[in-house]
Ligand binder design. Structure first.
Ligand SMILES: [Zn+2]
Length: 177
């Protein structure tokens, strides 16, 4: 009798060592972590943890640098509907346009797409589940998770569930001189 219950496929995520810059610049550092991110490129903005602690508020540091999650329903952008752009709270890179924001009812700001090239995704197996983590492609700051195929009536059927504390809204009015 074939038993299914304990059969689980484990994938060994091997390190891509073909990029010589990555090999010399990143492999020997203590901050290196093995993961199956979709690129091995270093982040353009790289700061020490001390520098991030000085720059960010304790809650921003907990979420952006330690992959924390703000309490559902607590974020300032959860029900916010201003017109403009949401930048990374750590490095000021534009991440999401307000046009892509929708009310998912999940307790966090939700977007159906990011600005092209703005985010980087990882497979996240923490917490006993497999999710897709999103980080800022410029500084590596943790943003939240992306979920697909949930049936939301949006152009992509994706829900980018983002912590408000990882974002900084810049309204169109604010950008006028
Ligand atoms: Zn950033």
């Amino acid at each position: 009798m074939f038993r299914h219950s304990s059969v689980r496929l484990l994938r060994l995520h091997t390190l891509k060592l073909s990029n010589p810059i990555y090999k010399t610049a990143q492999l020997h550092t203590s901050t290196f972590r093995m993961s199956n991110n979709n690129t091995n490129e270093p982040y353009p903005v790289s700061k020490s943890e001390l520098e991030w602690r000085v720059q960010l508020s304790p809650e921003q540091y907990r979420v952006l640098r330690q992959k924390g999650t703000e309490r559902p329903g607590s974020g300032e952008y959860n029900h916010f509907s201003g017109t403009g752009v949401y930048n990374c709270a750590a490095c000021d890179t534009p991440l999401y346009k307000s046009d892509a924001k929708f009310d998912s009812g999940c307790g966090w700001p939700a977007f159906y797409e990011a600005i092209p090239g703005a985010i980087r995704i990882f497979e996240d197996k923490s917490g006993g589940m497999v999710r897709t983590e999103m980080v800022c492609n410029n500084c590596g700051g943790h943003l939240g998770h992306v979920f697909k195929g949930e049936g939301f009536k949006t152009p992509t059927d994706e829900r980018h569930c983002v912590n408000s504390v990882s974002l900084k809204f810049v309204g169109n009015e604010d950008k006028k001189l």
